[in-house]
Design a protein around this ligand. Sequence first.
Ligand SMILES: C[S@@+](CC[C@H](N)C(=O)[O-])C[C@H]1O[C@@H](n2cnc3c(N)ncnc32)[C@H](O)[C@@H]1O
Length: 214
Amino acid sequence: MMLRVLRLGRAQRVSQYFKNIAPGIFLQELINRPGAIGAICPSSRYLARQMARQIPDSKDGLIVELGGGTGVITRALLDHGVAPEKLKVIEFSAPFVRRLRQRFPDVEVIHGNAADLCDLLPRNTKICAIVSSLPLCSLPEPITQSILEQWRTLLHDGGVAIQFTYNLRLPKWRRLVDAQQTSSQFVWANLPPANITTFSFHSIKLTPPSHECT
Ligand SMILES: C[S@@+](CC[C@H](N)C(=O)[O-])C[C@H]1O[C@@H](n2cnc3c(N)ncnc32)[C@H](O)[C@@H]1O
């Protein structure tokens, strides 16, 4: 009897996991836009939890998640104590946006391109952290460049950018980040293993003609 209850509990957890990661949508998006997905499956909850732990303790300002996908990192951010009204999720793919809005009705999910981040957020918003799972290695370089430019503009006053990558050597986009690396750590419990890096743009002087947030 006990064994049956345990098995039932495990089966329910497994079915909930698959419901949450929505493998059908993920696979379809991966086939349709492999470069924009840049991963063979959603992040593990270990990676998601480690990403959330990089958020500064003060949590003063908005937390902006880039590339919400099926919501693994969104879930981890909320579980970490981020208030839903302080979290903005930016996602490019319409099927993922629908899924995220369904799964997190209290969180604002913005259907847009992270390369236009300044225009997607309210003016003069204080940002505590940008939490990104964008596939910077597989996006076209001009897009990556303009995404990093947005981070630089939005975080020059404080706050951190948190990004993971599967490229455990120095990925190409790292040379484009004009910021101070504040931490780096590996997460082995992910397929494939990933490296989380945090950046601070605070001490970096803005040089014209940088993108202006208006
Ligand atoms: C590697 S998946 C990460 C999904 C999820 N956060 C996770 O960790 O499993 C990358 C996500 O970034 C989104 N994405 C790619 N380019 C984007 C862009 N320019 N603006 C916003 N989202 C983008 C993709 O649609 C996809 O959902």
